[in-house]
Design a binder for this molecule. Structure first.
Ligand code: 6PG
Length: 245
């Protein structure tokens, strides 16, 4: 049985297991998308946690409820590998749901993975600014309606990785992260992530409980704890990630 309670670092929904978490997060996604008018801009998380959530969106009953023609998709970060590489966050989302829902190709904006990571980051930033209509984020006009984020057991989120210079980047919208993981990354920076009406963190497993607790307390040791959201934050946790087992 899950419960939603206001808590430090935003509302939390604690679920018995990862499957229940995925069901609740998918339902929240559909409800939030339907509640928004006009275009609903969504930033997708990579990693393994959101896979089941994504798959639920592509199947009824949720598939029939979601206003697909109003949704526009972006990514919070990407591994700098070809889009058909098994490590690609774009490929994971396409395989999990985007290939089987009615979203026009021009409303799906993968992070580029050609050229150099630095050049690709500049191009993605230009795409975001073109869509936003300005080259400066306005706190009163969030770019994203829904920002889905994971968290690592070291407290990283997107590719905001401990010890990396990108943690100090407050001007660029998108940055390259050349080191820090198996392959170079591209990531939204804090200002861009924070430009969201709703941020949903998804975390399962006891290995993440310390990072979740630290991040929710705003501990800057954990990059996720440095996110200063402009809108609502919801933590979808299983009991293990919530430190309840
Ligand atoms: C990525 C993600 C990353 C991920 C966390 C959690 O590209 O890997 O953006 O930030 O969300 O590492 O990953 P899991 O869901 O696989 O635990």
């Amino acid at each position: 049985m899950s419960r939603a309670t206001p808590a430090i670092g935003g509302c939390e929904i604690i679920c018995d297991d990862p499957h229940e978490l995925s069901r609740h997060a998918a339902q929240w996604f559909a409800d939030t998308a339907n509640a928004r008018s006009g275009t609903v801009r969504i930033s997708l998380s990579g990693g393994s946690t959101p896979k089941e959530l994504y798959s639920l969106l592509a199947h009824d009953p949720l598939r029939a409820r979601i206003p697909w023609d109003r949704l526009e998709f972006f990514w919070g970060d990407e591994r700098f590998v070809p889009h058909d590489d098994p490590a690609s966050n774009y490929r994971m989302a396409v395989d999990s749901f985007l290939s089987s829902v009615p979203v026009a190709a021009e409303r799906i904006h993968p992070m580029p993975v050609d050229g150099t990571p630095e050049d690709a980051a500049i191009r993605y930033e230009a795409t975001l600014q073109r869509i936003y209509g300005r080259d400066a984020l306005d706190r009163t006009r969030p770019f994203f309606d829904i920002m889905l984020l994971g968290i690592g057991d070291d407290g990283h989120t997107a590719s905001l990785i401990p010890g990396e210079p990108v943690l100090e980047e407050r001007k660029r919208w998108v940055a390259a992260v050349p080191a820090g993981r198996a392959e170079p990354r591209i990531t939204l920076t804090y200002p861009t992530i924070e430009s969201s009406r709703s941020i949903a963190f998804l975390a399962t497993g006891a290995a993440k409980s310390a990072a979740v607790k630290g991040a929710r307390n705003g501990d800057a040791h954990f990059p996720a704890g440095r996110v200063k959201p402009h809108g609502e934050v919801i933590w979808f946790l299983d009991r293990a990630a919530a430190g309840q087992t």
